[in-house]
Design a protein around this ligand. Structure first.
Ligand SMILES: *Cc1c(COP(=O)(O)O)cnc(C)c1O
Length: 369
């Protein structure tokens, strides 16, 4: 792989049968989330040579399609896999931008270290997004609040059933047009998982890896039985401290204007949205605390009337208010969403920055196309 002043050379292998304009228009009319994919994918391979020296090579854009893989590939057996998720937004002038990709690149490498995968140079990560969006720019939605969801991931492709870090790895990016995630934003009910944990101390909780999600599915099924789409996980070894949802971080606003989110304790994913909310809330003069918050404190705040708002956050949905925590012992109900909801106001500001309508005072945007 060669690098020049502009970044990294990606060989361009264009699809011979891209989707027709009619098909693409039909998808963009109702994108949903994660159902449809663009015509191309970015790929960079990694190989460890006989002297034990590893290197990235063969950076390319190729047609989207199935991956040919040996049935013994390590990812299929031991789950050596990590991923990222970020969005590209089309601005009013037609240019396409993404939000804090360097934070995703850094987190990708932290995840890589935890899963014993090779680190990818951040400039290659960002260039892969730029090259993919350049060829598939027509897939970036134009409607308000819509985006092109970018999914970088890394998999161990080496055919080998012994247990050790794989010597052959593939980095890829796929892209999927995303509609307005929840459409009309309404407070959601979430389920408290008391039977399952998503992470343990020293585990992979703060790595963005597929295994964490596989481990959360049984809890999600339990949530669905109770009419909830999302699950809240606690740390049973730390006085039932609140950790996060299966794929979103959580915030609490108290009536005295204090905004609290669980401190990063090694089990909690370092959300880019979480971090951005902490910054925007500080800018607004809110008292911001990253600290331990237990389920008992939550229950007490509901009883005292000192809890104002609860919300979840992540790239896909940005911010969504939580109306109720359902538990086996009854519900913790959040007060009705106020007209001047802090969660909704920060949501609007964040989306405004992402879509180019609100000034980007923190230098969070990177142009992709
Ligand atoms: C990706 C993810 C989040 C949210 O992170 P963002 O960077 O804000 O999208 C939260 N929790 C988990 C478990 C995640 O995988």
């Amino acid at each position: 792989m060669t690098q020049n002043a502009l970044g990294v050379e990606f060989e361009l292998r264009l699809s011979e049968n891209p989707k027709s304009e009619q098909e693409r228009t039909a998808v963009l009319a109702n994108p949903g989330f994660g159902n449809h994919f663009t015509d191309h994918t970015a790929v960079v391979d990694y190989t460890v040579d006989s002297e034990g020296k590893g290197g990235w090579h063969d950076a390319r854009i190729e047609p989207y399609g199935p991956i040919a893989m040996d049935p013994a590939a390590a990812v299929l057996h031991y789950g050596q896999e990590i991923f990222e998720g970020l969005k590209a937004y089309r601005h009013a002038d037609g240019t396409v931008w993404t939000f804090r990709p360097e934070a995703n690149a850094a987190r990708f490498n932290r995840s890589a270290r935890r899963l014993a995968l090779p680190e990818l140079p951040p400039e290659v990560f960002i260039e892969s997004l730029r090259r993919l969006v350049a060829v598939d720019k027509a897939w970036v939605p134009t409607n308000e609040g819509e985006s092109l969801y970018l999914r970088p991931f890394m998999i161990a492709t080496e055919a080998f059933l012994g247990v050790r870090p794989a010597h052959e790895v593939s980095y890829r990016v796929i892209a999927s047009p995303a509609g307005n995630y929840f459409g009309d934003i309404k407070p959601v009910s979430i389920w408290l998982s008391e039977k399952y944990a998503r992470a343990g101390h020293g585990g992979t909780g703060e790595a963005k890896c597929g295994g964490n999600y596989a481990a959360s599915l049984a809890a999600q099924l339990e949530a669905e039985e109770h009419g909830c789409k999302q699950v809240l996980f606690l740390d049973p070894t730390d006085d039932y401290a609140v950790e996060e949802l299966g794929g979103m971080n959580i915030f609490f606003l108290f009536t005295d204007g204090t905004l609290v989110t669980p401190a990063l304790n090694g089990n909690i994913l370092h959300g880019v949205t979480r971090d951005s909310i902490l910054q925007l809330a500080t800018d607004r003069g809110l008292t911001v605390q990253e600290r331990r918050i237990t389920i008992a404190e939550w229950r007490q705040a509901v009883a005292d009337g000192t809890l104002a708002e609860v919300f979840a956050c992540g790239t896909a949905a940005v911010i969504n208010p939580i109306g109720e925590l359902k538990t086996a012992e009854g519900s913790l109900v959040t007060p009705e969403l106020p007209e001047d909801s802090v969660a909704m106001s920060i949501r609007e500001q964040l989306l405004g920055i992402q879509t180019g309508k609100v000034e980007d005072l923190h230098g969070w945007l990177t142009q992709l196309a």
